[in-house]
Design a protein around this ligand. Sequence first.
Ligand SMILES: [Zn+2]
Length: 357
Amino acid sequence: MFSERRRETIVSRARARRIKLLAGMTALGLCLTVTALTPEPVAAAVYREEEAAVDSGLIEAVAMTVDGVHAVTVDSEETARTILNEIRAGYLTPRTESAAFRERVELLPCLTAPEYVMAPADARALMDPENTASPVALTVLTMATVTREEAVPFATETVLIPDGYEDETSVTRAGVDGAARNTYRVIYENGREELATLTDSETVAAPVNEIVTQGALTGSRYDSRGTYIWPTTGVLTSKFGGRKISIGSSNHKGIDIGNSAGTPVVAADGGLVIFAGKNGGYGNFVAIEHDDGAVTRYAHMRKLLVEEGQRVAQGQQIGEMGRTGTATGNHLHFEILPDGETRVDPVGLLTGELQRR
Ligand SMILES: [Zn+2]
């Protein structure tokens, strides 16, 4: 350390020449340094006076500051510049167009005691960008122009189908990504990409848009419409209600529509198939629950085309007319249960006329 007398000499000389002690330096104890207050680089000039140097035993050196904070003191400006160039060179690539430090670095001529001049390697280590523990580590910003071939995502065009439903979509033409040669101005921070700005783009291959069709109608094809259509074609052979049969009597809880075997049987309205299979005297039987809780039932079919748990649309074929179960001829026995429990005469609820075929 400096003797008290030596320190006083320097301070008084500095004051006499309107030179300030470089802030922070003495406080850090790293270097007792003086530099010019105004405006020319007076410090070196002033203390270049042989007398001063000899008197104090100090030598000329160069203090390096980083954002105003004293970092290191080295023997000469040449050494300081070499250190900075070496740090910067560590981040240069053949593509680098410019390089700079993020921090403001200043080289200040000063007088100091020889023991405070650092070896260049030590000074460099202290300012090394990878030395994250150092408060005076530098940040090297470099810039380069980089060209990359990149995918151009395809767009999707939707074509509305007037009689389709919104949940019905299909890809009619698959999309294909295009490619572009993109040029970026890239800024690297200590070699790591920080910011890329697109400056030019050249199309290599244009993307092929995907075409998707989608129904325009809201809801689903399988929603209940709240209306009932005739479930098959043929002749109404037995109405709802009491009737005489060959042995005793029966209260007929549905209607019978006769036609030839295999005549299509369709769902009177959309809904959920809650039963599809053999059901005693009903033979091959289907029950459909509609969205309002109503149930329609279809009996005696030759063949079933739906399964339990499946949703069906109004008018969708669910089976073929037959004579399974208790039936004397090919016909569809059809029931409507508006509350899901009580069978009522379907005829008043069916829209339109029964078609013969
Ligand atoms: Zn019947």
